[in-house]
Design a binder for this molecule. Structure first.
Ligand code: PXP
Length: 238
């Protein structure tokens, strides 16, 4: 069975909307752990739009399950990762204007830079995963960097508007998964996965870990809102 990594960035997004101290993603990570999360994923973006350095530090110190830190190949965040040492680091592309991580890392276009980042993290004792589109050229280049894992970007599958297109994208994921299996490295996947579309991806042979954020946090709001209002109502009425 694939492991479930819960991405708690969106909790920090809500906090940063008010620049206050709630909701705390560290607390959310503990709740996710109690709910059965096999890992906690968080993204330290260069622009610090959601997760802050303090979140990464406390999360790594307090969470019992493995931590997976997503980061760009930029020197500043690589240094933080090497210092704080999450269980795993996932290298992702970053564009400041993007809404979220739109597209996989371009390893073909920057082999040396990615390989150097992989080595730097591995030398610090961190397992390295690369977030790649299901594109055979990128997968081959990713394998050549020596990373221990590849996380397939499932965005194109998740956002396919028609069923036929989704099946095509799923076939691409299967094809890339096969290349990853043949190379003997770990297969992960994530992005845009929801309660509706997760099953075919979870069923891909030897899928090790799925990283899911937005859909879980969206559902948490829906299943928790009624209780939250009830709690406030009680205080107001007292
Ligand atoms: N995996 C990676 C590498 C990501 O960048 C993200 C988004 O931050 C996710 C998984 C989770 O995506 P979503 O929030 O759409 O579930």
């Amino acid at each position: 069975m694939a492991r479930l990594g819960v991405n708690i960035d969106h909790v920090a997004t809500v906090r940063e909307a008010r620049k206050t101290n709630e909701p705390d993603p560290v607390w959310a990570a503990t709740l996710a752990e109690l709910g059965g999360a096999d890992g906690i994923t968080l993204h330290l973006r260069e622009d610090r739009r959601h997760i802050q350095d303090r979140d990464v530090r406390i999360m790594i110190e307090t969470v019992a399950v493995p931590t997976n830190l997503e980061l760009a190949t930029a020197d500043e965040v690589l240094a933080i990762a090497c210092d704080l040492r999450p269980t795993q680091a996932t290298l992702v592309p970053e564009r400041r204007e993007e809404v979220t991580t739109e597209g996989g890392l371009d390893v073909v276009g920057q082999r040396e830079r990615v390989t150097a980042a992989v080595k730097r993290l591995q030398d610090a004792g961190i397992v390295v995963s690369l977030f790649l589109d299901p594109d055979p050229q990128q997968i081959e280049a990713g394998i050549a960097t020596g990373a221990e894992a590849i996380e397939l970007h499932t965005g194109a599958y998740a956002h396919a508007s028609a069923k036929g297109k989704a099946l095509d994208e799923l076939a691409q994921l299967h094809q890339s998964a096969e290349l990853i299996r043949q190379a003997g490295i770990v297969l992960n996947a994530g992005h845009g996965l929801t309660y509706r579309n997760v099953r075919p991806v979870a069923a891909i042979a030897e899928m090790h870990e799925l990283n899911i954020g937005h859909s879980i946090i969206a559902r948490a709001i829906m299943v928790g809102l009624e209780q939250a209002v009830r709690d406030m109502k009680r205080l107001v009425s007292e």
